[in-house]
Design a protein around this ligand. Structure first.
Ligand code: 13P
Length: 311
């Protein structure tokens, strides 16, 4: 075992900064990462923003503090770069709720439907999709498809919400995010009773009964911009609790509350400072994707990036 794991946080952070320069690396972190990981990242964002940053960075190494499918997305977009996932075992149960065989069967049942894959899925599933989307652009991507029928995989809740925003026929897949499922309507209503002026901000991976209470249904970065622009001072944030650190850091004068004692995604919380340090030091754990799969998955991701104009 390396003695480096006994370094204190300050020493770890300064070694991370030094290695980052030596390796010409960039550190990307999703909004659900631990506060200390968000604080050392060069960029914190939602999946769409992080995909775009990964595509355009001129760093040689991308340290992707998040879960496997997001690092994989970066590798699909930037095959010449070294993309590292510091916590090798950080997966996504939602992404695991669809396999290529299952998708092939469903595609055969709906030959006229376009397959729109939420980025929370494997490279193999992206390779079988017509286009990808994130929660920030799902409606725009669906509306941009020439087909009237959309097989939307794998998140049923995002798909159900998209159905409320589009005239296209959405065929749902039965996947869901176990973390967002844990929210309870009663907990939100209790907070609303305590803070009647609070706005309820909901991630579209949430159940319908939670979405029905929302003032706004938004991706994580859209939540940040919405709360910045809003005149309200108090918000109930219905998504993973890492988002509260991002919001509180950006808006220290506003109050952000979480229902259901805080939602924790165990996978997003796997990455610790030690992992980032080890990752930069030993180039751990590089993402590799077979080239034929990468090429097809790239087409689906490029379709998404083309469908949504740059801001
Ligand atoms: P965002 O794209 O809104 O950051 O969401 C990603 C995700 O995995 C939510 O659970």
């Amino acid at each position: 075992m390396s003695l480096d794991i006994f370094l204190d946080d300050q020493e770890l952070i300064s070694r991370i900064q030094k290695l980052k320069k030596e390796r010409n690396a960039v550190i990307l972190a999703h909004s659900y990462e631990r506060p200390e990981i968000q604080d050392i990242a060069d960029y914190v964002g939602d999946s769409l923003e992080l995909s775009r940053l990964a595509a355009k960075t001129d760093a040689d190494v991308i340290v992707f503090c998040s879960v496997h499918f997001m690092a994989e997305t970066a590798k699909i977009l930037s095959p010449q770069k070294t993309v590292l996932l510091p916590a090798a075992e950080a997966g996504c149960p939602l992404a695991d709720m669809i396999t290529p065989t299952q998708l092939a069967i469903k595609k055969a049942e709906h030959p006229n439907a376009a397959v729109v894959a939420y980025v929370n899925c494997s490279a193999e599933i992206k390779a079988m999709a017509d286009v990808c989307c994130t929660s920030a652009n799902a409606v725009q991507v669906v509306d941009a498809m020439p087909q009237d029928e959309i097989l939307f995989v794998p998140d049923q809740h995002l798909g159900r919400w998209v159905q409320t925003q589009t005239d296209k026929k959405i065929i749902l897949w039965a996947g869901c995010c176990p973390t967002h499922q844990r929210m309870k309507v009663k907990d939100i209503l209790d907070l609303k009773q305590q803070y009647p002026d609070a706005e309820v901000i909901v991630h579209p991976e949430s159940n319908k009964d939670i979405c029905d209470l929302a003032n706004a249904i938004l991706s994580t970065s859209q939540m940040l911009r919405y709360c910045q622009a809003s005149e309200s001072k108090t918000f109930v944030i219905c998504t993973e609790m890492g988002m509260l650190h991002r919001l509180r850091t950006a808006m220290p004068d506003k109050t952000f509350l979480q229902p259901s004692k805080g939602l924790i995604c165990p996978n997003m919380k796997m990455t610790q400072l030690e992992d980032v340090y080890e990752s930069l030091k030993e180039l751990k754990h590089p993402i590799e994707i077979p080239e034929p799969i990468r090429i097809k998955a790239l087409q689906a991701l490029n379709g998404m990036l083309a469908a949504v104009p740059l801001k």
